[in-house]
Design a protein around this ligand. Structure first.
Ligand code: HEM
Length: 236
């Protein structure tokens, strides 16, 4: 059993499953971040919906269990992708990418999964320092306490909205977010269907469908995260 995780296909399976798990997180994350733009639409004061969302995520016991799983998912995905890439480079020369079948229609994404992954990782380092480490008190941040509607009552919590809003007032930070998000989109355009192919869901009916779904997810994530950062910079 242990051997399966040391074989090439076993490693690719682990990478695929961890990648799909991370995509689920991205949907939740994008939904939460879209609250940054929606207060006006629902008649709330600026920042109230996002602060309520962050408060929910920070106090919900289920999220507390999922958070370390997420971190483990990232670590596993990164370590296995590096092992596989170097294994393939050694076996087939520097042109080879981690095991993908490049039989037809080789896309920019499929050829550049490693550089795109590295760009996403570099973005994540900046991103985690910007927000996560401040909110967890690892990097100094003195938030003011604010009130927001929370399941029918008013709750008090940290003003995460102002932290995000002030971060996105800096043009070059917004540029990093746009590059990071677009790299993520391109990474997913190939990664999504490739993961299903590895799992074995690669019949002629479903593979074209999964490729389309992958592109929809890629556009949603790439454009969605970018648009939030740019809209914050321009309009908030
Ligand atoms: C407009 C763009 C984005 C905004 C405003 C944003 C906002 C945030 C905030 C406020 C946190 C801290 C949450 C907390 O500690 O309670 C966070 C954490 C995090 N973000 Fe983002 N994010 C953005 C894009 C992204 C992208 C593109 C990725 C993935 C590539 C990502 C991955 C993460 C991860 C892994 C964490 C740490 C786990 C967590 O706290 O849930 N974020 N983000």
């Amino acid at each position: 059993m242990a051997n399966i995780f040391c074989s090439s296909i076993g490693r690719k399976l682990v990478m695929s499953l961890s990648g799909l798990f991370l995509i689920l997180f991205l949907f939740v994350h994008l939904a939460l971040n879209s609250l940054l733009l929606l207060d006006g639409v629902f008649g709330f004061e600026t920042g109230q919906m996002f602060n309520a969302g962050v408060h929910f995520m920070g106090t919900n016991p289920i999220i507390k269990i999922i958070e370390p799983m997420l971190a483990i998912g990232f670590v596993i995905h990164i370590i296995y992708s590096l092992i596989l890439t170097f294994q393939n480079m050694k076996a087939r020369g520097p042109q080879a990418y981690a095991g993908g079948k490049k039989t037809s229609g080789v896309s920019f994404s499929s050829l550049n999964m490693l550089p795109l992954g590295i760009a996403v990782f570099a973005f994540l380092v900046v991103h985690i320092a910007n927000f996560y480490m401040r909110m967890k008190g690892i990097i100094a941040w003195e938030p003011s306490e604010v009130e927001f509607p929370f399941f029918g009552t008013m709750a008090k919590g940290e003003d995460a909205y102002t932290l995000v809003n002030e971060t996105f007032k800096i043009g070059w930070v917004v540029a990093i977010y746009v590059v990071g998000s677009l790299s993520l989109g391109l990474h997913l355009a190939h990664g999504f269907w490739s993961a299903f192919q590895t799992i074995g869901w690669n019949n002629t009916t479903w593979l074209p469908r999964l490729k389309v779904i992958g592109i929809v997810i890629a556009v949603l994530m790439g454009a969605g995260f970018s648009a939030i950062a740019v809209a914050q910079y321009l309009f908030f």
